[in-house]
Design a protein around this ligand. Structure first.
Ligand code: PDD
Length: 290
């Protein structure tokens, strides 16, 4: 099954066909809302608390009042998987918008946020995780509050489309000569046994998997340096990789058509992938490395 039938709408559970919104809706008309994508392995959430915490930071940043406590909302998310009897690998997409109102820029009064969440299947991409993917570099044309997981994804969509039209999995985003992150993932470079990544400022999304990568690196005694790497650094990198809830820890083996090092996933990326599999309790369907 790809999309599960029961969806969460506010604090109710409905069949997905019953969920409709008026066309004058803040998310639709202004992108006035935020979202999360949460990974699921064998019907269980991975990093749920981290995602809920980030959601509440995002709504606060754009001044939406969540009508439920974090605890209540977490319960509803668990119930969503139970009601669908979900047992597979997949994800939950959820969004919170400022609500339905006549189109006018200022915040509407007397409007409640529109909240929904639904689950779908997504298998691990073992081919890409094992062999690595290619990426290209494009301009980071986003706003200055990328730490908010905003629905305004037009620059990200355009960057990803450019990547796909050029046979690449991801687009590395460049701002003033350095790589900030990717269109829907965080970006890292390995040089001389150290991991470099853009610091967790307002210029990037503070990825939940990025937080774990930092912890894995600590546990493995690999320096994790929050310092931006440049476009030129990629030419002499030992390894490049990305992370996200859906892509996990993914090796990047070529950038702009040029091989990264020998064009194979590197040893530090492999160690982080193994740490990820352990952390996420992945037993079957593991990355096989010869
Ligand atoms: N993307 N950076 C950006 C711009 C992202 O959109 C994402 C997540 C990440 C990684 O965050 P996390 O590790 O919490 O998944 C970094 C999700 C998966 C998406 O939009 O589909």
């Amino acid at each position: 099954m790809s999309g599960y039938p029961i969806v969460l709408s506010q604090d109710q559970f409905l069949h997905r066909d019953k969920l409709t919104y008026p066309f004058e809706e803040r998310g639709l008309q202004f992108g006035d809302g935020v979202y999360e994508v949460i990974r699921i392995y064998e019907g269980k959430y991975y990093l749920l608390q981290e995602h809920v915490d980030r959601l509440y930071r995002s709504v606060e940043a754009i001044r939406i009042d969540m009508p439920y406590s974090k605890e209540k909302f977490t319960e509803l998310l668990h119930e969503l998987l139970e009601k669908n009897d979900m047992k597979a690998d997949g994800k939950v997409y959820l969004q919170v918008t400022r609500g339905s109102a006549l189109r006018d820029h200022p915040f509407p009064t007397d409007t409640v946020p529109n909240i929904y969440a639904y689950a779908s299947d997504q298998a691990r991409n073992l081919d890409f995780l094992t062999n690595g993917v290619s990426a290209l570099i494009t301009k980071d044309i986003r706003w200055e509050s990328c730490y908010i997981k905003s629905l305004n994804l037009l620059p990200n969509v355009l960057a990803k489309q450019e990547a796909r039209e050029n046979g690449c999995f991801e687009a590395l985003l460049e701002k003033a000569g350095v790589i900030t992150e990717c269109s829907s993932s965080n970006a890292y470079l390995v040089k001389d046994g150290k991991i470099y990544t853009y610091p967790a400022t307002n210029r990037i999304l503070h990825g939940c998997v990025r937080m774990r990568v930092e912890q894995f690196a600590k546990d493995l005694n690999i320096p994790f340096i929050e310092e931006a790497f440049t476009v030129e650094d990629i030419d002499t990198a030992d390894e490049v990789f990305l992370s996200s809830s859906t892509a996990e820890v993914m090796p990047i083996i070529s950038v702009d058509g040029k091989q990264v090092n020998d064009g194979k996933p590197g040893p530090i990326t492999r160690k982080l992938q193994a740490a990820y599999e352990e952390d996420a309790n992945i037993v079957d369907k593991k990355i096989s490395v010869s």
